[in-house]
Design a protein around this ligand. Sequence first.
Ligand SMILES: Cc1cc2nc3c(=O)[nH]c(=O)nc-3n(C[C@H](O)[C@H](O)[C@H](O)COP(=O)(O)OP(=O)(O)OC[C@H]3O[C@@H](n4cnc5c(N)ncnc54)[C@H](O)[C@@H]3O)c2cc1C
Ligand SMILES: NC(=O)c1ccc[n+]([C@@H]2O[C@H](COP(=O)([O-])OP(=O)(O)OC[C@H]3O[C@@H](n4cnc5c(N)ncnc54)[C@H](O)[C@@H]3O)[C@@H](O)[C@H]2O)c1
Length: 459
Amino acid sequence: MTRAFDAIVIGAGQAGPPLAGRLTAAGLTVALVERHFFGGTCVNTGCMPTKTLVASARVAHQARRAADYGVVLNDGVSIDLPRVMGRAHKVTETSRGNVEAWLNGMEHLTVLRGHARFERSDTLLVNGEAITASRIFVNVGGRARIPDDMPGIDDINYLTNTSILQLSELPRHLAVIGGSYIGLEYAQMFRRFGSNVTVVERQSRLIAREDEDVSETLRSILEAEGVAVRTDAECIAFASRAEGSIVKVDCTSGDSEVVASHVLLAVGRYPNTDDLGLEHAGVKTDQHGYIVVDDMLATNVPGIWAMGDCNGRGAFTHTAYNDFEIIAANLLDGEQRRVSSRIPGYALFTDPPLGRVGATDAQARASGKRLLMSKRPMTRVGRAVERGETQGFMKVVADADTRRILGAAILGVGGDEAIHGLLDLMSADQPFDAMKWAVPIHPTVSELLPTLIGDLKLI
Ligand SMILES: Cc1cc2nc3c(=O)[nH]c(=O)nc-3n(C[C@H](O)[C@H](O)[C@H](O)COP(=O)(O)OP(=O)(O)OC[C@H]3O[C@@H](n4cnc5c(N)ncnc54)[C@H](O)[C@@H]3O)c2cc1C
Ligand SMILES: NC(=O)c1ccc[n+]([C@@H]2O[C@H](COP(=O)([O-])OP(=O)(O)OC[C@H]3O[C@@H](n4cnc5c(N)ncnc54)[C@H](O)[C@@H]3O)[C@@H](O)[C@H]2O)c1
């Protein structure tokens, strides 16, 4: 027998649950299928546990710096990793429980626990039962990519962003493969917990999508804390020996081997689309496995949409949530929202964090537009000086003709929050001159944004 619904949502990550909420509130009967933990990656193995751990690491770091502030700690700093991890698990479990309770109490919603697989374009199989609907929303997220081109990978016990959360003992030496978001947040965190840490990155610099000044400044911040960085590591291989896992880096300079007690793989994500039976529904994917969607998140098959990490149009919690907002606005509110009008913003939660919006300088230069640029070191931001955290800089690039901000980066204390002043201005599609008469609050990092804009110069 086949159970029929008005709509089916696959995955209880960042987009699925709120969409189920809107659809059921509109009176539709909805089935939501989740095979593992409610809340998906962000809640269980992503943003929430990592930012909780980052907070513990910052406390350790600040405690070590206490004397700089005239604060006397008589005993040294030590880390109780099970308690640190316990705190992260508690944050996750509370959030997961909230999502689960919300869904279980949702009128017109049937929650199914199990793996969903397409049988046809309107039919899925879950735990041997067929369910059908004329509208199906795929929100299946992704998982850590395990590279198949690294010799010896199967000979070592590597960690991913999931298994690292189960550590109960501090690694003696953590080798982090991949110097981007996941890798750098974990690298700094474990260094602050007391581990030796080496980041091994294949490209010539860390977070290579960013401008060189961002990569270089972040590298020096991490190195100043004792994180070793090996870039240009093109020929990574592993071997297991009595003293630990050997990571062969064989780079252009430095030792050719790192002896690690633990290895974290942080080399990107892979969408959970390979076990979804998409071929039975005729849904197209690209060469990386992402579901191909149009600007309104519809797949090539009428009645099937894809939201969040699995569509390759964003890799963040806020982009997954915005996918839900776009679909809900278009289907239920008569709007015409499009992914292409989204202003790209994100943060890297190292300490200090990197807040980013829009184009990099390199992208702005490649656009051929007449550009205005401005940059200010955090040493000239009063709030940063008062807090004793003056590493980094803020910078902005703007179009000289339209007087619109094209992009900005704030690598510095409070950068993850202060960037929103510029993000909101861009989102409101206002010229940067609109900031001139704002009266920002003193002393904040944001108060320097009008000054930064006032210093814009033609390049
Ligand atoms: C370590 C780490 C840190 C991160 N930090 C941040 C951050 O600070 N800020 C930020 O914005 N983003 C961060 N991210 C990214 C963020 O977690 C993701 O972008 C976000 O969770 C994507 O949400 P989603 O709804 O697309 O998918 P997910 O949250 O992954 O949800 C997908 C759900 O679908 C389920 N599912 C999959 N296949 C099936 C199936 N066939 N049947 C039934 N259910 C299925 C899964 O079990 C999962 O629950 C981080 C990611 C990681 C790994
Ligand atoms: N603060 C945040 O918002 C946050 C935090 C963590 C993760 N995330 C999300 O999770 C996603 C995945 O993060 P990630 O850091 O794993 O992936 P990523 O795709 O951002 O970076 C992967 C890194 O690994 C390197 N790499 C790839 N293959 C390699 C190899 N064989 N050897 C050595 N280095 C190699 C790449 O050059 C790159 O620097 C991101 O796209 C991001 O959206 C976001």
